[in-house]
Design a protein around this ligand. Structure first.
Ligand SMILES: NC(=O)CC[C@H](N)C(=O)O
Length: 268
């Protein structure tokens, strides 16, 4: 599969669909952006894609909590179809608001994990926009993470409701034990942290993203699509004054790693 087909869903209030489409295209995917109503009218639309991406933004105005209404619409009309899509090898990616949607549908961390989670208001009590460092979880089996193992990614984040909470106080530990933590906020020494500002929301164990047991459903709070060009980085001139030796931006690296995994393993 040379250019894996990727569906990007948008809804009222979504605001990252265009840059997410561009990120997938730069990484080599074939992208279509469709309103969620189109998918609800024709669930078989899923059959045309290998990946469904739910991008960032303020879907339905974050009413009732970020991601709640879009999650309810998807669960009510597509819950079984999305589960079947994953069971048949499809991948789902939720970025920021998309991650909030995936935890509210229950697709993350996933019904078989026995852990119920959601994302709530940042400890600091307001929206936080800043660059963060992410360590990658130990899941070489996942097409999302197999080519990012041992990496530390520098990615922008921007959200008001990014703190992971679980119904079971031991939930974060159980997520770790089941290797469901896909990304973790780390400090300048690469150590997982709950401390602001390296961890912008106070998530326990530094949890910044989750992956389901299949390895095919991924959600993360930071925005890889916002760092796909060298000069997206605030210090790019210091990192490469000539502008022609800049390493691949970490956000583009994320999408390229996924395309590489999908194209090298048709049954991913
Ligand atoms: N950038 C985003 O997707 C923001 C997600 C959500 N609206 C929040 O504020 O937490």
């Amino acid at each position: 599969m040379s250019s894996p087909p990727v569906l990007i869903l948008r809804a009222p209030g979504t605001n990252c669909d265009e840059e997410t489409a561009r990120a997938w295209e730069l990484a080599g995917a074939a992208v279509e952006v469709h309103h969620v109503n189109r998918l609800l009218e024709s669930p078989r639309l899923l059959d045309r894609f290998r990946v469904v991406t739910i991008p960032g933004g303020f879907s339905y105005g974050d009413d009732l909590g970020a991601g709640t209404i879009l999650a309810a619409r998807l669960t009510h009309a597509l819950g079984d179809a999305l589960t079947r899509f994953v069971e048949q090898g499809g991948l789902i990616l939720g970025i920021c608001n998309g991650f909030q949607v995936l935890v509210r549908t229950g697709l993350l961390p996933g019904p078989s994990t026995g852990v119920s989670a959601t994302l709530t208001h940042n400890d600091v009590g307001h929206y936080v926009t800043r660059w963060v460092r992410l360590a990658v979880g130990p899941r070489p089996d996942s097409p999302w993470l197999t080519h990012l193992q041992d990496a530390i990614l520098e990615i922008p984040s921007a959200h008001g409701e990014g703190k992971l909470v679980t119904t079971d106080p031991e939930g974060p530990q159980r997520l770790d034990q089941q290797r469901l933590v896909a990304f973790r906020y780390v400090d300048a020494q690469g150590q997982p942290t709950v401390a602001f500002p390296d961890n912008p929301n106070g998530s326990p164990r530094g949890i910044a993203g989750l992956i389901d047991p299949s390895g095919r459903v991924l959600g993360l709070m930071p925005h890889p699509e916002r760092f796909i060009l060298p000069y997206h980085h605030p210090l790019w001139t210091r990192r490469d004054p000539a502008g022609d030796h800049f390493p691949t931006p970490d956000g583009l690296r994320f999408f390229q790693a996924a395309v590489r995994a999908i194209t090298s393993s048709p049954t991913t």
